[in-house]
Design a binder for this molecule. Sequence first.
Ligand code: PMV
Length: 321
Amino acid sequence: MKATAVAPSNIAFIKYWGKKDDVLRLPENGSLSMNLSNLTTTTTVEFSTNLNEDYVEINGTQEPSEGSRAVKHLDRVRNLAKIETKAKVITNNTFPSGTGLSSSASGFAALTVAAAKAAGLKLSEKELSILARQGSGSACRSIPNGFVEWLDGETSDTSYAISLHPPDWWDLVDIVAIVSDEKKDVSSTAGQKLVYSSPFFQVRLTKIKEKLEYAKSLLKQKSFQAFGELLEAEALELHAIMLTSTPSLIYWMPGTIQVMKFIKKVRNDGLPVYFTVNTGQDIHLICEKQYSKEVVQALNRLDCVKQVIENNPSDGAKIVK
Ligand code: PMV
């Protein structure tokens, strides 16, 4: 009744923002992402009849189990496995959480895979993705390998992620620039609820299907410049919606904007690199492998960049023990 899983975080090129079903976490639109080799969560789950309540430890700190999202997720697994046994969960991230690097994606993917195995369930990749989605939407994309599409779906059974291409499809690199360890003040879950208050959200929805198909075709052709332009514009569209929600959501910090302006400058000087940002201040820079060294060197010239983490495309969540 014990298992350990490792799962990657992922970076969305076409974003998920807005839910048509809050409880089931069904997204308003499909999204497209890449799994990240060096932003990972390792989670061990042990179901034991010796426990009277669930115990959840994240990065060495015990979480209050009352109302916790992790415990709700364990309940989903227990329901499927038809067991009532309590569990001990120990989880560790290789990167800061709450700063925009999607630790809930890697966290819920690792919890899903470890808990399902420990509970004796034999679930397919699709079933694991559906289950992970209910813990945190973007976690469903951390189950399949490499470059991934989350099919939005109209029901729980039709909303899951699939692998479009394996990790070695395209040697893209995601260079994460950490500009602050400060935790975001509004969680993604809370932020997403405000989406309909932005006048721009309905405009986004009219174009999003077409945009996703275009992004998939650029990924297939490995057409870097067009892909980079699209993913950067997509991130800015996401933040335009956040900024114009009521109340407004401002996830950037001065360092985020400094890196954005810097990237535009080095790009004008001939270095092909684009940025994307999620809910937080830390920023992802996307380039092809042959330019990654130069991008890292350039970033290291900026005082606002505290740490750089280089990621290759990776497999999805896996059992390791
Ligand atoms: O899965 P959540 O609730 O953490 O939402 C993720 C939202 C974004 O990171 C902003 C976009 C995405 O698709 O990952």
